[in-house]
Each structure stands twice: as C-alpha cells, then as structure tokens.
Design a protein around this ligand. Structure first.
Ligand code: ZN
Length: 125
C-alpha cells in the first residue's frame, strides 16, 4: 500500500492545567486567580460550578475536574474520563520543541511559558 492516503497519527502530548473541584471556596478562589477568568461561576448554595465553554454553559459537580486548555478555554471533565486521558506532569515536561525539531525537556516558567531547556525556545500556553 505504497501510495495510500491513509497514514498513522498520534496526538501531540499537550499540557493542560486542571483542578479537581472539591466544592471549597479556597479552591474556587485559586482557580479564579490562577486563570484570571470570569467564565467560571459558583451560584448560591449549590456546590456546582457553571462554566461558560465554547459549547455553552456546562456544570462541574463536586468531584469533577475543571480543565484549562491550550487556547484558554475552560471546561469540566468527569473523573473517569480525566484519568483515562491525562496524567500529572511535574514542572519538567518532555515534549516536542519546534525550534530544536525533536523532543526535549521543557520547564514551566512564570506566566505559563513552556521553555525548552536545550535551545531556550519559549511557547505560551
Ligand atoms: Zn528547543
């Protein structure tokens, strides 16, 4: 099948930030401060968060994860899906550097820049 248009692809290992919603005011305040967002609203006694996502308002119940994607979009995720899809990374991230043209170690700096340890190339997340 030399000339097949069908090839194999793997998802790029992108890094997102996420927090498990535990229903606590402290966590809510951390989230607002860290992500500088007004799209996550906690209403009244209900311990859910209501999140304005590109697909409309979605609810994060206690125990759900709240994710901020690479374009700044914020959305809820059920814990079972989250665990299947994501694993925690430290401050050092092994990922593709477009400048080096290979996988290298990166560090997360202040202001959420991921910087290549080999060439110093930085990209915003
Ligand atoms: Zn690099």
């Amino acid at each position: 099948m030399k000339n097949s248009n069908i090839k194999k692809y793997r998802k790029k290992p992108i890094v997102v930030e996420a927090v498990r919603w535990d229903g606590r005011e402290e966590t809510y305040q951390q989230l607002l401060k860290r992500w500088k967002t007004d799209r996550v609203v906690r209403i009244g006694e209900n311990n859910s968060l209501f999140i304005h996502t590109p697909e409309g308002v979605m609810e994060a119940k206690v125990g759900d994860f709240v994710i901020r994607g690479i374009k700044g979009e914020i959305y809820p995720c059920k814990p079972d899906i989250f665990k299947e899809t994501y694993e925690e990374v430290g401050d050092e991230i092994f990922e593709w550097c477009p400048s080096c043209g290979k996988y290298t170690y990166h560090v997360r700096t202040a202001d959420n820049i991921i910087r290549c340890k080999e060439c110093g190339h930085g990209q915003w997340y």
